[in-house]
Design a protein around this ligand. Structure first.
Ligand SMILES: Nc1ncnc2c1ncn2[C@@H]1O[C@H](COP(=O)(O)OP(=O)(O)O)[C@@H](O)[C@H]1O
Ligand SMILES: N[C@@H](CCOP(=O)(O)O)C(=O)O
Length: 324
C-alpha cells in the first residue's frame, strides 16, 4: 500500500453520439476531481460542489465501493479511506457522471495499491460496473472511444478527435436517470432500423477516423434509441431535426439524456445562432437549460500523487483548475 494522497482529474463523457448506442463515447472538457488517501480511524467521504446533494457520504458511496473492489482484485488489505470529490459535471443529465466516479475511483485506488491493475483490467471492471462500455471507455482513455462489450469482455479502439471539433451542450434543468431512459426502449427493433443504425454508426466512426467532418450530418442520425426517448425530453425532436440548419455538424441526445449535444466546426461563424436555437427551442417546450461550449478531452484521467497530510484544503489544491 502506497502512503500519501492521490488526486485524479477525470473527464465527463457523451455516449452514443447518435447512432452508436452503447458503443461510441467521447470525453469532454468538463471534469471531476477525486482525492483518496488511506487514514487511521474511520472512512470519510467529503463532497464539494453544488450538484452532489443526495450522494451518500458513508461506505455505501460508489467511489468507496469501487475502491473496495480494486483493493480486493489487487490482493491488498482494504484501508480506511478519506475520499474527497469535487465535480463540475451535473448529475443524471447524460454527461456520464457515474462513469466518471467509477473511473476516478478505479484509477485512484489502483495507484494507492501500487498500480497492480493495468488499463485493460480497469476498463473491464468499469464496463462491468457501468453495464455498458461507452462512457467509461471515453473517461478512461480520453478522445473518441469505439467499444464493444459482450457481457464478459470489452474491446476498444481510441480515435484522436479532429482538431476542429467543438461541442455545444444544452443541459436541461431536470434530471433523467439513465435507468429510466433505458426502460423507454423497445425490446425488439425493425430490421430496417437496425440496418440504418449499423450503417450510420459505422460511417460515423469512419468519418471520425478519416477526418471527414462533412459526413457527420448524414452519419449522426439514429433510429435505435432517440425516437423512443424523445417524449422524455420536450423539444428534443425539433433540435435533432433542425440543428444542422442552424450551423451544427450534427446533433444528438447526450447519453441517455436529457442533455442535448451538437458537434460544431470550431471555425463556424454561426455559434451564437446555434446556441440561441437550442435554448429557444427548449424554452418553447417549457424547458429551462444551461449551455456550455466544450471541446473533446484528449488526455483521459490525470493522476497526481501528493504527500500524506498535505497542507491546505482539498479545494485549495484543485483551485485554479476548476472552471479553468
Ligand atoms: N461521485 C459520486 N459518488 C457516488 N455516486 C455517484 C457519483 N456520481 C454519480 N453517482 C451516481 O450516479 C448516478 C447518475 O448516473 P446516471 O443516471 O447514469 O447519469 P449520468 O451518468 O448521465 O450522470 C447518480 O444519481 C449517483 O447515484
Ligand atoms: N449508452 C447509454 C449511455 C448512458 O449515458 P449517461 O451519460 O446518460 O449515463 C445509454 O444510452 O443508455
Amino acid at each position: 500500500m502506497r502512503n500519501g494522497q492521490v488526486l485524479v482529474k477525470v473527464p465527463a463523457s457523451t455516449a452514443n453520439l447518435g447512432p452508436g448506442f452503447d458503443t461510441l463515447g467521447m470525453a469532454l472538457s468538463l471534469y471531476s476531481w477525486i482525492e483518496m488517501e488511506p487514514v487511521e480511524g474511520n472512512t470519510v467521504v467529503e463532497l464539494y460542489g453544488d450538484d452532489l446533494g443526495g450522494i451518500p457520504t458513508d461506505k455505501t458511496n460508489l467511489i468507496y465501493k469501487v475502491a473496495q473492489m480494486v483493493f480486493a482484485e489487487a490482493g491488498v488489505d482494504m484501508p480506511e479511506l478519506r475520499i474527497a470529490m469535487y465535480s463540475d459535471i451535473p448529475l443524471t443529465r447524460g454527461l456520464g457522471s457515474s462513469a466518471t466516479a467509477i473511473v476516478g475511483a478505479l484509477v485512484a485506488a489502483n495507484a494507492l495499491s501500487g498500480g497492480k491493475l493495468g488499463e485493460d483490467e480497469l476498463f473491464q471492471i468499469a464496463s462491468r460496473l457501468e453495464g455498458h462500455p461507452d462512457n467509461v471507455g471515453a473517461s478512461l482513455f480520453g478522445g473518441i472511444v469505439v467499444s464493444s462489450w459482450d457481457g464478459e469482455r470489452a474491446e476498444k479502439v481510441r480515435l484522436e478527435p479532429h482538431a476542429d471539433l467543438e461541442v455545444l451542450v444544452a443541459i436541461p434543468a431536470f434530471q433523467l436517470q439513465t435507468e429510466k431512459a433505458r426502460h423507454a426502449l423497445p425490446a425488439k427493433l425493425d430490421l430496417k432500423d437496425a440496418v440504418y443504425n449499423v450503417a450510420n454508426s459505422s460511417l460515423l466512426v469512419a468519418a471520425f477516423a478519416s477526418g471527414r467532418l462533412d459526413l457527420i450530418p448524414f452519419a449522426m442520425r439514429d433510429k435505435l434509441h432517440q425516437p423512443y426517448r424523445a417524449p422524455l425530453v420536450p423539444g428534443m425532436s425539433v433540435i435533432l431535426e433542425r440543428a444542422t440548419e442552424h450551423g451544427a455538424l450534427g446533433a444528438a441526445l447526450s447519453g441517455a439524456g436529457p442533455t442535448l449535444l451538437a458537434l460544431v466546426d470550431r471555425k463556424s461563424a454561426r455559434k451564437a445562432e446555434l446556441e440561441a436555437f437550442l435554448l429557444d427551442t427548449l424554452r418553447a417546450h417549457g424547458i429551462e437549460a444551461e449551455t456550455k461550449w466544450l471541446t473533446p478531452d484528449k488526455r483521459g484521467p490525470e493522476l497526481t500523487a501528493g504527500a500524506a497530510g498535505n497542507q491546505g484544503s482539498f479545494m485549495e489544491r484543485i483551485k485554479g483548475e476548476v472552471n479553468a
